[in-house]
Design a protein around this ligand. Structure first.
Ligand code: HEC
Length: 111
């Protein structure tokens, strides 16, 4: 019994801070994925963001990173290794991709 109380106390003291959660790991990679952070073009939570605006024939054109909160893990895997027009190619492990996916799929209120 004493031992349980001790373990409980220890997990209260250290449990929350000493390990980063899958969400935090995913967020960390999303912000800093060994390359340009996804955050710059897809917003803080994957909701999409404006990358740039420019003028073409007197029309203002907005370049945006799409909303990627609903994408499947298959789409995510494919688009990271693909050559895009705007988005760079990334070299992430599958565990890293899964963490990013977890982060994107988690409700925003988790912050
Ligand atoms: C320089 C801006 C930029 C960065 C950085 C970037 N993206 Fe993108 N991403 C885009 C744009 C723009 C598109 C739309 C396709 C295109 O034109 O390249 C896109 C497309 C995607 C798609 C495909 C969406 C779909 O519906 O098919 C996914 C998934 C994605 N990005 C995830 C990421 C992740 C994860 C990261 C970080 C590891 C990242 N992107 C970094 C700009 C960016």
């Amino acid at each position: 019994m004493k031992r349980w109380i001790f373990l409980l106390a220890v997990s209260f003291l250290y449990g929350e801070d000493s390990f980063i959660t899958q969400y935090e790991y995913g967020q960390m990679l999303y912000n800093n994925p060994r390359g340009i952070g996804c955050i710059h073009c897809h917003g803080p939570h994957g909701e999409g963001a404006r990358i740039a605006t420019y003028k073409e024939d007197d029309k203002v054109i907005e370049l945006r990173g799409p909303d990627i909160r609903q994408i499947s893990i298959t789409t995510l895997r494919k688009s990271l290794v693909k050559r895009h027009r705007v988005m760079p190619t990334y070299f992430l492990t599958d565990a890293e991709i899964q963490a990013i996916y977890y982060f994107l799929r988690s409700p925003q209120e988790m912050e």
